[in-house]
Write a protein that binds this ligand. Structure first.
Ligand SMILES: Cc1cc2nc3c(=O)[nH]c(=O)nc-3n(C[C@H](O)[C@H](O)[C@H](O)COP(=O)(O)OP(=O)(O)OC[C@H]3O[C@@H](n4cnc5c(N)ncnc54)[C@H](O)[C@@H]3O)c2cc1C
Length: 319
């Protein structure tokens, strides 16, 4: 996605195309400058205000206004192998079972997102978006089995600039569309969950809705759960229910669809939720987003924002 901002993205964690090889956005943060509630302009890094530096990497906008972010750079492309491959919905069950094995054994340089939704021709389908951060030849080899599986109805995986890859999903989120998202983390993709999501797509009141899987692992999982404020390191997938619709009269039906699917998946999901995929879902859910790091985040919040000036967020209360 090319239109979301970098600050909120990084402060919440930052899941992206390169995360399996290069880590989350917050893992690549070297330093930041932050204006605190009492007006101090602080440099924050491993060497300076290290408690705040820890908290900023997953604790969201709770501690101040970030005015500068300094990142670790990595060689990327500039041309990478990337794009989408689609299977008909009738093949989604077998393909997702294959996808589970394929993503489980994928090299860190490769990420393949899955998306159950409706294609541009109005037909429900399973889309997969692949990005390989390495040579084109190595990428072709890494994707060979996936592209040969079953009978894809579309395959536009080809060499593209990284910027083009970042824009691939932009058309799915045009300005003005109504959206309601709910999320889980998953430790695995069970057969039961596969069947449940396919059935849910068939019931979706809007053809603009989708259900997405974002494989994690790799570099994300090699950082300890307490090393940064973002703790959800061991999840195999981020699971997103993306209800989208255009007619405001359809809001109730679409929100109900997303909530119903979220409840059905809940017993199969891992604990916790990604703070940047959380809506207004109540205090308990906010606690789950910060998980085992909440107590330490509260301590740091007390130190830097005891009056809870920065509270229009997934709020860490100082008391
Ligand atoms: C279409 C779409 C696709 C997305 N895809 C992904 C994805 O692939 N991976 C992913 O990880 N997330 C994704 N997100 C979620 C995204 O991480 C959040 O929306 C994030 O908040 C975007 O950052 P922003 O700077 O635009 O935040 P804003 O919407 O501007 O702000 C959100 C909150 O972030 C905090 N914040 C923002 N800027 C600052 C600052 N300078 N200082 C302190 N706090 C600040 C504040 O608490 C603020 O309330 C997506 C969101 C959308 C809408």
């Amino acid at each position: 996605m090319s239109t979301t901002g970098v600050a909120g993205f990084t402060l919440g964690g930052g899941l992206g195309h390169l995360m399996r090889g290069c880590g989350l956005a917050c893992d690549n943060l070297l330093a930041a400058r932050l204006v605190t509630a009492d007006g101090r302009d602080l440099t924050v890094s491993d060497a300076d205000n290290s408690d705040l530096f820890w908290a900023l990497r997953g604790g969201g906008g709770n501690f101040g206004v970030v005015t500068t972010l300094e990142f670790q750079l990595h060689p990327v492309g500039p041309i990478l192998l990337g794009g989408g491959i689609s299977q008909p919905l009738s093949a989604a069950r077998q393909t997702l079972r294959f996808y589970r094995e394929f993503t489980g054994g994928a090299p860190d340089a490769l990420i393949v997102y899955a998306n159950l939704g409706t294609g541009p021709d109005g037909t429900p389908r399973l889309g997969m978006r692949a990005v390989f951060n390495g040579s084109i030849e190595a990428g072709k080899e890494a994707l060979r089995e996936l592209r040969a599986f079953g009978s894809p109805i579309a395959d536009d995986i080809r060499p593209r600039s990284y910027l083009e890859i970042q824009r691939l999903v932009d058309p799915n989120f045009p300005p003005g569309r109504l959206n309601y998202w709910k999320a889980h983390f998953l430790d695995d993709l069970s057969d039961e969950l596969v069947d449940l999501t396919i059935e849910a797509l068939k019931r979706a009141p809007s053809r603009l809705s989708a259900i997405a899987l974002e494989p994690m692992g790799g570099s994300v999982a090699r950082v300890g759960a307490n090393a940064t404020a973002f703790s959800h390191r061991s999840a195999a997938y981020s699971f997103l229910i993306l209800a989208g619709w255009e007619d405001a009269h359809q809001t109730e039906a679409n929100v109900a669809w997303a909530r119903d699917l979220w409840e059905r998946v809940r017993p199969l999901a891992a604990p916790g939720v990604y703070v940047n995929y959380l809506g207004g879902e109540g205090e308990q859910r906010v606690r789950e987003a910060y998980g085992p790091n909440l107590d330490r985040l509260v301590e740091i919040k007390r130190r830097y924002d005891p009056e809870n000036f920065f509270r229009m967020n997934q709020n860490i209360r100082p008391a």
